[in-house]
Design a protein around this ligand. Structure first.
Ligand SMILES: Cc1cc2nc3c(=O)[nH]c(=O)nc-3n(C[C@H](O)[C@H](O)[C@H](O)COP(=O)(O)OP(=O)(O)OC[C@H]3O[C@@H](n4cnc5c(N)ncnc54)[C@H](O)[C@@H]3O)c2cc1C
Length: 378
């Protein structure tokens, strides 16, 4: 029997590939999905699952806010295993300088219609009693949510399959061809278009992309319902997330629907593999304990790491790949790929189908990343 020729073949079933497969299949395309390991088993399994609206740049804001509106719709159909929780986020200011950042953030969100409110030190202590005393205040963003990303990825793949997509499991793509892909075992899978959604491994199949792995550690505790109520992030996190060279840690903690507590986070550059590193892990937990002194008394049950796919300008690559006429990229989401997965899928599908998009897709086009590559080799 002749193999089908797909309209689009998605490589990688992390949350970004899963979202793209779902969106493309629901839009009427015949879709294939190649995943070499486990659905949602890459960075998606490692991610914290904070669905955030961020304000580092107008482009980042536009993508995260658009995506949150799509998450609001998806949330109505997610199974309980997706652990979707609208817990809100609280950005914590330790001192007057960070309080000035709270005010700036408040004005930014307020001017763009995102609900947020400023808490003083007393209100912060009442809202999260396990924080250390003496903190200056914080910014409450009630619309932020959390989820369990691998289960959402599984849900999206199942939906794609229900719309006719074909899932190839244990399908390790070795090469992209003009007619589709060739798997490691030699099998050719024919497709008109290929969507590369392989996260931190994107450069393996498309050399020339300027994407670096940025390792992160997370710890999960046993169940302590009520210990923390919001996603809590120290404002120092912004310095950590903005650093493009130095390894860093920041207090970032999340209540799970199970009553467990997820503790982060660290950011490391360089090729240090995926092993847990005691030195940075200790630094991260010490930082967390500075903010929540009772944390060291809780029992941690698992530690893991994951690799974020970092681009130099901190924006993802969504759209046609300049070097390969039949390839679209959906990668480079760094620490926001869970949040922005749904908007990525929608903007990518808009481009594939040449239909109007709700927000401009130009800021995320991959050609800017290629320009950087050209600069670095000349
Ligand atoms: C510690 C940490 C905390 C984070 N916290 C958050 C957060 O709170 N909020 C947020 O929005 N984001 C967060 N992120 C970022 C987020 O996890 C990622 O941006 C997101 O998961 C990227 O998804 P992806 O589908 O692009 O990549 P991945 O999930 O890595 O998926 C890529 C898939 O491609 C497959 N693959 C690779 N090569 C091939 C091949 N040749 N053939 C077939 N399959 C292949 C892999 O097996 C993998 O399944 C965090 C990341 C880390 C590491």
């Amino acid at each position: 029997m002749q193999r089908p020729i797909f309209d689009a073949l998605v490589i990688g079933a992390g949350i970004v590939g899963a979202a793209c497969a779902d969106e493309l299949a629901r839009s009427g395309l015949h879709v294939g999905i190649c995943e070499r390991e486990i659905i949602g088993g890459g960075a998606t399994a490692a991610g914290m699952g904070h669905l955030a609206i961020m304000d580092d740049s107008e482009e980042q804001f536009a993508l995260t806010r658009y995506s949150q509106s799509l998450w609001d719709v998806l949330a109505t159909e997610l199974p309980p295993t997706a652990e979707y929780l609208r817990c809100g986020a609280l950005w914590i200011a330790a001192d007057a300088d960070e309080m000035a950042e709270v005010d700036r953030k408040y004005r930014f969100y307020n001017a763009r219609g995102v609900s947020a409110s400023v808490l003083d030190g007393k209100q912060l202590a009442e809202t999260e009693p396990n924080l250390r005393s003496g903190l200056a205040g914080g910014l409450l963003v009630p619309g932020d949510c959390v989820c369990y990303p691998p289960c959402v990825a599984g849900h999206l793949v199942t939906k794609a399959v229900s719309h006719g997509a074909v899932l190839f499991e244990s399908a390790n793509v070795a090469e992209i061809l003009s007619s589709g892909v060739r798997l490691q075992d030699g099998t050719a899978v024919a497709s008109k278009l290929v969507v590369l959604a392989t996260g931190a491994w994107a450069g393996t199949l498309v050399p020339g992309l300027v994407i670096k792995p940025r390792k992160g550690h997370l710890v999960i505790t046993d169940r302590y319902p009520g210990f923390v109520h919001h996603q809590l992030i120290e404002l120092g996190y912004l310095k950590s997330a903005h650093s493009t060279q130095a390894d860093s840690v920041a207090f970032n903690i999340q209540p799970r629907a199970t009553g467990q507590i997820l503790i982060g986070s660290s950011r490391q550059f360089g090729d240090s593999g995926t092993a847990v590193e005691q030195a940075i892990l200790a630094k991260m937990l010490l930082r967390a304990a500075e903010y929540m002194p009772a944390l060291p008394r809780l029992s941690a049950i698992r530690v893991w790491t994951g690799l974020r796919a970092a681009t130099p300008d901190k924006l993802p690559l969504i759209g046609p790949c300049p070097d390969y006429p039949n390839v679209y990229l959906a990668t480079g989401h760094e620490g926001l790929g869970i949040s922005t997965s749904l908007a990525t899928a929608r903007l990518l599908t808009d481009q594939v189908l040449n239909r109007p998009s709700e927000i401009p897709f130009e800021p995320y086009l991959p050609e800017r990343n290629y320009a950087l590559h050209a600069q670095s080799v000349h």
